[in-house]
Design a protein around this ligand. Structure first.
Ligand SMILES: Cc1cc2nc3c(=O)[nH]c(=O)nc-3n(C[C@H](O)[C@H](O)[C@H](O)COP(=O)(O)O)c2cc1C
Length: 171
């Protein structure tokens, strides 16, 4: 399966990336092709609701920013993994901007499956992000294959990284 990881953390060697790397290792061990895009280091604006994509643009976004590099990956992905630190009880603004720019293509055409990797400082701060994720993938017709969350007591621990690795290997 072609798996696309949208990593919304700006921290190069941080807690979210640790989950991403473990997930990737597990998925690759099972023969999957994993591409990680560090979207927090790309320049992606919010959707302007101009309507071009649903009219004359015919699925193309009018905004010429780094989202243009991301769309081809979205068109080919068979699974999408959303990875993010928790910022104020939701995913990072950088990842949210990318998600809201899905609007141009409605939903990734080949993606049947998704997963969610979240890192935070406090425990029990995931309700909003998980609710959004579940509503969003339901709307887009995709099925959740697993959610891994890690807080300050479990970030980068062998047990937590094994959980992310096992999720990847289970696919
Ligand atoms: C702007 C900002 C907002 C944050 N908001 C929360 C929050 O609401 N709840 C929480 O537990 N941690 C919050 N954190 C902490 C991060 O989620 C946590 O440190 C996470 O592990 C960082 O992941 P990273 O290493 O990938 O950057 C926040 C951090 C930042 C920078």
């Amino acid at each position: 399966m072609k798996i696309l990881v949208l990593n919304g953390s700006p921290t190069r060697d941080g807690n979210t990336v640790a989950l991403v790397n473990a997930f990737k290792e597990g998925a690759e061990s099972n023969g999957h092709e994993v591409t990680v895009l560090d979207v927090a280091h790309k320049k992606v604006n919010g959707c302007m609701s101009c309507g071009y994509c649903h009219g004359a643009g015919n699925g193309k976004c009018a905004q010429k920013d780094d989202m243009q590099e991301i769309y081809p990956h979205l068109m080919e992905a068979e699974m999408i993994v959303f990875a993010s630190p928790i910022y104020y009880f939701t995913m990072s603004a950088q990842l949210e901007a990318v998600i809201q720019r899905f609007y141009a293509i409605n939903h990734p055409p080949k993606a049947k499956y998704t997963a969610l990797l979240l890192s935070s400082y406090s425990p029990d701060v995931y309700t909003g992000a998980i609710a959004q994720y579940k509503d969003m993938i339901g709307y887009m017709g995709m099925t959740d294959r697993g959610i891994v969350t890690a807080d300050n007591s479990t970030n980068k621990t062998p047990t937590k990284l094994a959980e992310a690795r096992e999720l990847g290997a289970s696919l």
